[in-house]
Design a protein around this ligand. Structure first.
Ligand code: ZN
Length: 307
């Protein structure tokens, strides 16, 4: 099955469950940005987080941006989601390479370093809503959980995983020889958010914490063929759960030649004239999908004349 997001209510309405499988879209992001393994993990977790949080959006035009900004070698990670759970994103330094951390895992926290997480929600109001917190670990899931608990007062468990060509025992990264642009294959990617609803009883919370701590990593289970819904059912065994509502999700950039053109026009007459005089054409590449739009001199002159 290709990528999807699902939601359900569990434990007599005490728990809201949001889960997603995102292997295809993280592969797509990694192919576009030619990311190193640790950058793939950082971007993949952030994109998956954006997919999951898209459930907070109500209207078709709403969007949500997750922005990690740190002092580490990756610089920053950005993911944007629409209300339809289609996402796009990039990392500032896609080629960052770090040794595995002391747990033998890709060192996402080290790549991001100390810094801040901001979440920006554009819900069509005059000003977008923005909240910022200092990073807890830079490991993405932990930071998102902290954000939800402290900025939005929603106690949440967040689990995200991206398995980059690594098997359970070793750490060999597998080369995908079919595609030179994408040297590393994302074998599995996904995650879930469990949100406690107001009034959830403390016994349930304790039990949930125990169970979450005892669960194997999301990526191991996905690569073993355990689907995300099945995983949540295992986690909540013995509790009731409503039938999951399932929707597709994926990677999609919404840039267009027209949008790029309006950005160029927005630079102002003087800038456009400088480009016309100094360069034969202007080429603008999109940070999210790497599409390059070239505007020739004639077109730039026409733009200038119409300003
Ligand atoms: Zn684009």
């Amino acid at each position: 099955m290709s990528d999807f997001i699902f939601t359900a209510l569990a434990a007599q309405g005490m728990l809201r469950v949001i889960g997603a499988e995102t292997t295809d879209l993280v592969n797509e992001a990694s192919r576009i940005h030619k990311t190193s393994p640790v950058a793939t993990a950082a971007l993949g977790r952030t994109l998956t987080g954006a997919v999951l949080l898209s459930k907070q959006l109500k209207n078709e035009q709403d969007s949500l941006t997750i922005q990690f900004k740190g002092k580490g070698p990756i610089g920053g990670v950005v993911a944007v989601s629409g209300a339809d759970a289609y996402v796009r994103g990039y990392v500032e330094n896609p080629f960052v390479d770090l040794p595995l951390n002391d747990k033998g895992k890709l060192d996402v926290g080290g790549a991001i370093g100390k810094g801040f997480l901001s979440i920006i929600k554009d819900m069509g109001l005059k000003e977008p809503y923005m909240g910022t917190i200092p990073l807890v670990s830079g490991e993405i899931a932990e930071d998102l959980a902290y954000y939800l608990a402290y900025s939005e007062q929603i106690p949440s468990v967040v689990s995200l995983g991206v398995l980059v060509g690594v098997d359970k025992e070793g750490n060999d990264l597998i080369l995908n020889e079919d595609d030179e642009k994408s040297p590393f294959v994302v074998k599995a990617s996904g995650g879930y958010i469990l949100q406690l609803m107001p009034g959830a009883d403390s016994n349930f919370i304790d039990e949930l914490e125990r169970r979450v701590a005892a669960m194997p990593p999301v990526t191991w289970m996905l690569s073993d063929g355990v689907g995300m819904i099945e995983m949540i059912e295992m986690l909540l065994k013995g509790y009731d759960m409503t039938k999951p509502e399932i929707h597709p999700c994926g990677y999609r950039c919404n840039c267009s030649r027209e949008k790029v053109k309006s950005i160029l026009v927005g630079l102002g007459k003087k800038e456009i004239l400088d480009i016309i005089n100094e360069q034969s054409s202007a080429s603008v590449s999109c940070r999210f999908c790497d599409t390059v739009n070239v505007f020739e001199k004639d077109e730039l002159k026409e733009m200038y004349d119409n300003m």
